[in-house]
Design a protein around this ligand. Structure first.
Ligand code: ADQ
Length: 471
């Protein structure tokens, strides 16, 4: 397939495939799980699509481009040092904390910034190499904020959009970044900037005005050319992401998934109430707050194993970043303490699982859970909340949802909580357990309606319509 031929180019930190190495030395690429891949599939038909991204493994040179599921994949390499400085360092230890309310302090290193610039340049070059004249270029997330301007410099003919999967911080926090103006300039290379919430889009526009002196009006920022003549506007608006609602609902309806859900409950001793948490092991997710609330409910005797049990699935993540290693040991210590005190033989108070599960198993877990606990301190959207409600085709279950998630802005009928308020969180959990079934079903019906109508396919189509100016 020739280069410079694609009319839709996606750039994301990761390619949508994982490398699987077999014992005989052969290598296979497997589609990675996740809604983004499904969303992109829905906008690819009728377009020649390419995806630029990292393979997930360090290396000194890029693998050759290849085709997978009809999409041209263009790998970008990251050296060991770049993984540590651009990815674990600047992306996950500088930007991530600043963009999530500084729940843990951010670390600043000038060498990390240099690596971030170098890698963003490499991504931008790769994009320019595959984009057809007039192509649409869709850049994803906080790892690639400089790419829009870097692409525009070389390719003024293409239309560039960027989507922020995480929150965009209030100007007071963003201002801490020594490279704040460079980041705004990088983003303003785009034609359209998409955010999870209206507040995130507003935070960006305010940062551009207050920290960079750009002229703003409503949701647009006006950009001047090299001579200072104002010549282009960039719009920043909310386009909240979603899940493959129909696909997941169909999966949850299959006899295999229903049988597996029953089996899960059986293996837990058929509790009256099964509480569930599913998160990447990240300090933004409020796992410690959730455990604290649960422990207090146990102490007060308001919940008791084996009638009530709690399954927490926590996938280890970013383990070479200090704050994550520390979180893991704290969470594991707390789980051990709770189990030591409150488990009964054959019925642990907390089942703590580290595995990564296939979609079918996730759907079965959602179907098995009476109460889903989604308690982040800050979260761009939180797809787990949306996945849970679409899987509840039976209208069973209840969602406890933090008001600090993007999802809250669409799902405010849920059992809403402020996870910092442990008493309030306990009340929300008890309310979700005790509310009469008929009432809970009404809540679930309205939550499901929202997500079924606003699915990931609609999100992708809306983003592109914004980018092309149709919206
Ligand atoms: P994340 O912070 O990773 O995403 P989330 O939105 O909850 O958080 O998405 C996690 C995904 O991983 C879900 O699809 C979930 O089902 C899956 N998952 C979690 N644990 C798993 C396990 N053990 N096995 C298999 N799958 C598992 C970032 C932002 C969010 C934003 C998304 C999308 O931080 O705020 O919602 O991007 O924009």
């Amino acid at each position: 397939m020739p280069d410079t031929a694609f009319d839709l180019v996606i750039a994301a930190n990761r390619l949508p495939v994982d490398r699987v190495s077999h014992p005989d030395g052969s290598v296979e690429w497997r589609r990675s799980p996740g809604g983004l891949v499904t969303a992109m599939e829905s906008v690819m038909p009728g377009r020649e699509g390419a995806w630029v991204g990292w393979t997930g493994q360090p290396g000194d040179s890029a693998d050759a481009p290849f085709e997978h599921d009809g999409v041209y994949l263009r790998p970008v390499h990251l050296t060991d040092e770049e993984v540590s400085e651009y990815y674990e360092g600047f992306s996950n230890d500088t930007l991530w904390p600043i963009y999530h309310d500084v729940i843990v302090p951010a670390t600043f290193h000038r060498t990390w910034w240099t690596a971030y610039e170098t890698v963003n340049r490499r991504f931008a070059d790769a994009v320019c190499g595959v984009a057809a004249p007039g192509a649409l270029v869709w850049v994803h997330d906080y790892q690639l904020q400089l790419v829009p301007a870097m692409v525009r410099e070389r390719r003024p003919d293409v239309r560039i959009g960027w989507f922020d999967h995480i929150p965009f911080p209030p100007v007071e926090l963003f201002a801490q970044l020594p490279w704040r103006k460079r980041i705004i300039e990088g983003l303003l290379g785009a034609d359209f900037l998409g955010f999870q919430r209206v507040a995130d889009a507003r935070n960006f526009v305010r940062a551009a005005r207050q920290l960079g002196g750009w002229t703003t009006r409503g949701d647009t920022v006006t950009v001047a050319d090299a001579e200072g003549v104002e010549h282009r506007t960039v719009r920043a608006a909310a386009v909240p992401i979603s899940v493959d609602a129909r696909g997941l609902a169909e999966l949850a309806e299959t006899p295999e998934v229903k049988a597996r859900a029953a089996e899960i409950r059986e293996s837990l001793g058929n509790p009256t109430t099964l509480l569930l948490g599913v998160d990447r092991l990240d300090y933004t997710k409020g796992i410690r707050h959730r455990l604290k609330a649960y422990e207090e409910l146990l102490v007060e005797g308001r919940v008791k194993p084996p009638e009530v049990t709690f399954v927490q699935v926590a996938t280890p993540s970013r383990e070479r970043v200090n704050a994550y290693a520390q979180l893991r040991s704290e969470v594991e210590g707390t789980v051990g303490r709770i189990n030591g005190e409150y488990s009964v033989l054959g019925a642990p108070a907390v089942h703590y699982l580290h595995h990564s599960y296939p979609r079918e198993e996730m759907a079965a877990l959602f179907l098995a859970a009476d109460v889903m606990l989604v308690t982040p301190l800050r979260d761009g959207m939180n797809l787990v909340a949306k996945e849970y409600v679409v899987c509840r085709t039976d209208l069973g279950g209840a969602l406890v949802l933090s008001e600090f998630t993007g999802a809250y802005h669409e799902l405010h009928q849920a059992f809403v909580c402020n996870p910092h308020d442990i008493e309030g969180l306990k009340q929300a959990i008890m309310h979700a357990i005790e509310m009469p079934e008929a009432q809970k079903r009404r809540v679930m019906r309205s939550l499901r309606r929202r997500v079924m109508e606003h699915d990931v396919q609609r999100w992708a189509a809306r983003f592109l319509a914004n980018l092309t100016g149709e919206l």
